[in-house]
Design a protein around this ligand. Structure first.
Ligand code: PMP
Ligand code: GLN
Length: 378
């Protein structure tokens, strides 16, 4: 059979989580919390499935949920979106990203992706005939190399995919980054897909700047977000996309045929919980405490850690421990030492080795302590 994605295998997240299970390893690889979500959310979900909320939701999502989301965006980012025509609830950010790419990318269009890149962007671009132009970021800070970006952006650029806070490096875009982006796209018709799933996990007094804070950029952008990350419910697979009306209209043409609508009772539960902003407003402190606790536990290890600026991932330079390529090092870590992490090279241009692996610290203190015991012995 002729594959449409001949170079694609099983994702590293599935591979590593499966290996972790097989080898009884502590799993700091795939990004997901191993603690319970808020009990109030569980209660609301139970109520929703026990009531009249079990049939199709409206195509674009529950009006109450969309209204609360646009209010929240207005409060946090001072940008006014229309809840009826500019926001759609999706099956996680993954579906929002896939749908956005399928709606915007035509054959031969160029799409700019920053490497290391989250792994669902490029296969979608390829499926729709687009051509990926990669821009490699460099360790240790993974800041955006604007000179290189200027070289690859042209009139052929249809889409630029950005991700702030960035998975896996934790890099958080600054005002200057957005200024530079605005200058780069000025005389092009490029759209921007801004993947902001870790919007509430930003540390050390930094603030998440959403692309929608700039009016001109907002007009050409589609933003993707994830309830999974924000409410510790990655298994619910719910998220949303926000964009100016003409972009959202194209997005919905695809959305109505790839899912039509998404989980109704859980949208209801989330819309009730959104009444209380404390859940998402406390998240940065919550994860900063986890990051700091983890880094304190491993401070004497032979890994080199540069505290992550955002997300629930911590990069670790392992070159003081091993000369192995990162994937082999991770395999050894799982099999011999019973600890699972993610090698960064799989997200890099030509699998570039940078000497880094990624740990997820969205874990109970007990799990972090057990992981640290292993890390400190290496
Ligand atoms: N983008 C990035 C950068 C991610 O890390 C993830 C999470 N795995 C997603 C998108 C997908 O989010 P969701 O689980 O809501 O589909
Ligand atoms: N986003 C998660 C991570 O980066 C994984 C999600 C998935 O397994 N697809 O680890």
């Amino acid at each position: 059979m002729q594959s449409k994605l001949p170079n694609v295998g099983t994702t590293i997240f599935t591979t590593m989580s499966q290996l972790a299970l097989e080898h009884g390893a502590i799993n700091l690889s795939q990004g997901f919390p191993n603690f319970m979500p808020d009990q109030q959310l569980i209660k609301l979900a139970k109520e929703a499935v026990s009531s009249q909320k079990n049939q199709y939701a409206p195509l674009a999502g529950l009006p109450g949920l969309r209204q609360k989301l646009v209010e929240k965006i207005q409060r946090l980012h001072n940008k006014c979106y229309d809840w009826e025509s500019e926001i759609t609830i999706t099956a996680g950010a993954t579906q929002a990203i896939f749908t956005a790419i399928s709606a915007l990318v035509h054959p031969k269009d160029e799409v700019i992706v920053f490497k290391p890149a989250y792994d669902c962007y490029e296969p979608a671009v390829e499926l729709f005939g687009g051509k990926v132009r990669q821009v490699q970021l460099t360790a240790p800070d993974y800041a955006i190399p604007w000179e290189k970006v200027k070289d690859v952006v042209s009139e052929k650029t249809k889409l630029i995919i950005i991700n702030t806070p960035h998975n896996p490096s934790g890099y958080v875009w600054t005002k200057d980054d957005f200024k530079a982006l605005k200058a780069v796209v000025k005389n092009t018709s490029a759209y921007i897909l801004s993947d902001e799933v870790y919007e509430y996990m930003v540390f050390d007094g930094k603030r998440h700047i959403s692309i929608c804070e700039d009016e001109e950029l907002a007009d050409r952008s589609i933003i993707t977000c994830s309830f999974g990350k924000t409410y510790h419910v990655t298994g619910w697979k719910l998220g949303y996309a926000v964009a100016a009306k003409p972009i959202m209209a194209e997005f919905r043409k695809v959305h109505q045929y790839n899912v039509f609508c998404v989980n109704h009772p859980l949208q209801y539960a989330l819309s009730q919980l959104l009444e209380d902003s404390s859940h998402y407003l406390q998240l940065s402190d919550f994860y900063q405490n986890k990051r700091d606790y983890f880094l304190k536990l491993v401070k004497d290890s032979k890994f080199n850690f540069l505290p992550t600026q955002g997300t629930y991932f911590q990069m670790a330079d392992y070159t003081g421990i091993s000369d192995l390529p990162d994937t082999e090092f991770c395999l050894e870590l799982i099999k011999k030492h019973k600890l699972a992490a993610i090698p960064i090279s799989v997200f890099n241009q030509k699998n570039l080795q940078q000497g880094f692996i990624r740990f997820c610290f969205a874990k109970t203190d007990e799990t972090l302590e057990k992981a640290a015991e292993i890390i400190n012995k290496l």
